[in-house]
Design a protein around this ligand. Structure first.
Ligand SMILES: Cc1ncc(COP(=O)(O)O)c(C=O)c1O
Length: 380
């Protein structure tokens, strides 16, 4: 068997249909969507068609979509918006301890700049923010809550409905990072009750370097990148039309395949999880008792340094990860597992397997054959 790629949470291979959709804009249709002439108008039509497709994917209006350079920029933009809308005597920003670094690291920066307090919401041993925690930390002084849909390391689902209801009670803006949930969970911003939502194309079979922030039309927003009047003056810079066209195609495909794909991935993930539990001693599935995204499995191999197992698997053609790709190279244990109350050595024994549109049952069975002897070797 060729190489097996089980790191779809880091990035997914480009879907062939997406590549096709991008090609015209890398060729004859090269215009700048801001230009008034024919070339510009062609690009502008493509951009607005793409905006409608992305908006339809999450039940938004097209004017509520701001294209960005990806999930990181969208998350930064969402948090920077607090400076445009805070009110009250002691305004607060709230975010969970298990957010992606593009929320967690930027939160303190914007809180300090806007001179507002920051509350970092703790999680339980499964990695969830509890309804009690929401009630405790989200109050009428909370300007913005950032709580993700599903975690990128454990897959754990956060109580989005409860968070939206609490924000409704307290007049708080709710930002939800749905980067990992897109394509496997139906997303409808109206039904979810969120005010801001982040998507990234390369996690759903689209190209890297493009994503969007949904911003409810009632929400005031300061641009993070200031320049021309692109994106209704909310994000300066000539739009990457080819990447945006690919992003829109990826959303369309994800929408059509969502239900079947979520079920297929859950079955494959369960096959992997049960197979590992049956074949390898002393393993622990992280967030096992919680509802999780269907494509993620985070599992700890007691007594083993995760990086050594990752490299051994890589030598045997299997690609997995120890956590987010953006922090690879760093020796720090996962902030998500630490927030769940795990020790450094427990957190350092966990591997993330993330499945996606290319994953097959034969690949899962291959991993189940290859992995147990590697664990035994490393433990010896
Ligand atoms: C939950 C989550 N949010 C945000 C991002 C950042 O997205 P991008 O790579 O498009 O900047 C990622 C990427 O790993 C992610 O998993």
């Amino acid at each position: 068997m060729d190489r097996v790629y089980l790191d779809h949470s880091a990035t997914t291979p480009l879907r062939p249909e997406v590549r096709e959709a991008m090609l015209p804009f890398l060729g004859a249709q090269f215009g700048n969507p801001g230009s008034l002439h024919w070339f510009g108008r062609q690009a502008c039509h493509a951009l607005e068609d793409a905006r409608e497709m992305v908006a339809a994917f999450i039940g938004a209006e097209s004017r509520e979509i701001i294209f960005t350079s990806g999930g990181t920029e969208a998350n930064n933009l969402a948090l920077s918006s607090i400076s445009a809308c805070y009110a009250g005597d002691a305004p607060r920003l709230a975010l969970s301890a298990v957010e992606h670094p593009s929320v967690l690291r930027v939160g303190p920066v914007y809180a300090e700049r806007a001179e507002i307090y920051l509350n970092v919401l703790p999680v339980d041993a499964q990695g969830r923010v509890t309804p009690e925690t929401l009630r405790r930390y989200v109050n009428p002084n909370t300007v913005l809550l950032s709580l993700m849909f599903g975690n990128n390391e454990t897959g754990v689902l956060q109580p989005v409905a409860e968070a939206a209801a609490r924000c409704d009670e307290t007049g708080t803006l709710y930002h939800c990072d749905a980067v990992q949930a897109a394509g496997v969970v139906p997303l409808n911003v109206g039904r979810l009750g969120v005010h801001l939502l982040t998507l990234s194309a390369h996690k759903i079979g689209g190209p890297k370097g493009v994503g969007c922030l949904y911003v409810n039309h009632d929400v005031p927003l300061e641009p993070l990148i200031v320049g021309g009047s692109q994106e209704r003056r909310r994000r300066g810079g000539t739009e990457n039309v080819a990447a945006i066209a690919g992003f829109a195609k990826a959303c369309e495909l994800a929408q059509h395949r969502l239900e079947g794909e979520a079920k297929r991935l859950a079955q494959l993930r369960d096959r992997l999880e049960q197979g590992l539990l049956a074949r390898v001693k002393d393993v622990r599935v992280n967030s096992a008792a919680a509802e999780r995204l269907p494509h993620l499995l985070n599992i700890a191999f007691e007594g083993i340094e995760n990086e050594r197992l990752l490299l051994a698997l890589d030598e045997h053609g299997v690609a997995v990860s120890t956590g987010p790709a953006c922090s690879s190279g760093g020796a720090d244990p996962s902030h998500v597992l630490l927030a769940m109350g795990q020790t450094h050595s427990q957190a350092r024994s966990a591997l993330r397997f993330s499945l996606g549109w290319t994953t097959t049952p034969a690949e899962i069975d291959h991993v189940l054959d290859v992995l147990p002897p590697l664990v035994e070797n490393l433990r010896r």
